[in-house]
Ligand binder design. Structure first.
Ligand code: G6P
Length: 372
């Protein structure tokens, strides 16, 4: 009903706007003396966490992109190899699991059958399982050794938004907790990352202020037949998520690519007028990657692509080559996904709205898929 939406045009619009609170709530009670301390992980004991040799993340849809994003942070901070697998692929290919493999499932609903089956399979094979979940008492957490709830609040819209940012926040807390227990970063380095995480809610709020500009672009792009998304490093899963959102909500053919892969195939798709969203890494934090992505932009611009850049505030290098720029506040390189995804979520909802579509209940989709 309209009152449940609290004045918003849709649950999805409401949930997008709730992301600052969602992340705040995910962090609450899990930071002590400037360090990430996740009480739920105490079920394991530090020695068990310190002895993990490998992490396998299983999830579907948007949750899998949260997992792909977290892989960069877990490997960087805690120095544990991470594989991210779609639950339904993992379960049916005889994966190698040992007692020192930790399986992390990510599921907003906690009821996705594919992911539940993957968790059951992993535990039967002797692995330990942690669940990242947004729904209290759901089936997947009950079937896991421990659960880190995201506390993003109920997500009603079929397409996940605050669920996603809450998942990344929870996974980063996990990664920082793990890095502390494993001694792979100094307490000072850890505290720096914790501060970055605590600054995210306010930065998401700032990013949300570009709604009108996003709407304008969406209205202008209502007739687009295909939209491409490019990203590199943590921007890559965000490109995939941006494309998924557009497929789900606006029924537009959308693909995400790793920017470095462009020259190995996707550049053949570029023709005059082709819209391409590019998630641009920070020129400060990712000084080695930034020029590479800017040169990708130049290459496709020269072939007629229309560039919509998601770039850090003050990034002057992209301006001459972009038709539109959405800015995100300065953040550490691993934290950019939590901001860069926001304009992509807003774009998908605005484009779907401009096309007159039901954004909360897209055709053919279910909020949680409880069959295999
Ligand atoms: C469905 C939804 C997606 C969601 C996926 C995983 O397909 O339409 O938006 O990302 O399930 O859901 P989960 O509840 O496991 O995160």
């Amino acid at each position: 009903s309209a009152s449940e939406k609290g004045g918003w045009s849709s649950f999805m619009a409401k949930e997008i706007s709730e992301q600052p609170d969602a992340v705040t709530n995910t962090l609450r009670g899990r930071i002590h003396d400037g360090q990430a301390v996740v009480p739920e992980l105490e079920a394991f004991g530090d020695d068990v966490l310190a002895g993990i040799s490998r992490i396998v993340i299983v999830a579907c849809g948007t949750a899998a992109y949260a997992g792909q994003t977290a892989k960069y942070a877990i490997e960087k901070w805690a120095k544990v190899p991470v594989d991210v697998e779609l639950s339904h692929e993992f379960r049916y290919r005889d994966p190698v699991l040992t007692a020192d493999t930790l399986v992390i499932s990510i599921s907003q609903s906690g009821e996705t059958m594919d992911t539940l089956m993957a968790v059951k399979y992993a535990r039967e094979a002797g692995a330990k399982a942690i669940s990242i979940c947004n729904t209290q008492g759901a089936t997947i957490p009950r079937e896991s050794d421990a659960v880190i709830y995201t506390h993003a609040g109920p997500e009603v819209a079929v397409a996940s938004t605050k669920g996603f940012t809450g998942q990344i926040a929870a996974l980063y807390l996990f990664a920082l907790h793990l890095a502390r227990v494993r001694n792979t970063l100094s307490l000072e380095e850890l505290a720096e990352q914790v501060l970055e995480l605590q600054a995210i809610p306010e930065k998401i709020a700032t990013t949300l202020l570009q709604e009108d500009a996003v709407r304008q672009l969406a209205v202008w792009m209502t007739d687009s037949r295909a939209v491409l998304f490019l990203g590199r490093h943590v921007g890559f899963p965000i490109a995939l998520e941006g494309a998924l959102k557009l497929k789900e909500l606006a029924y537009i053919h959308a693909e995400g690519f790793a920017a470095g892969e462009l020259k190995h195939g996707p550049i053949a798709l570029i023709e005059p007028g082709q819209p391409v969203f590019v998630v641009v890494p920070s020129p400060r934090g990712s000084a080695h990657l930034h020029p590479k992505v800017v040169s990708n932009i130049q290459e496709i611009r020269a072939r007629g692509a229309r560039i919509i850049a998601i770039a850090e505030q003050g990034d002057a290098a992209v301006l001459p080559f972009a038709d539109t720029v959405f800015h995100i506040p300065l953040a550490g390189p691993l934290f950019e996904p939590l901001l860069a995804v926001v304009p992509l979520q807003m774009f998908a909802i605005e484009l779907a709205t401009a096309k007159g579509l039901d954004v909360d209940q897209p055709r053919n989709l279910a909020k949680s898929v409880t069959v295999e």
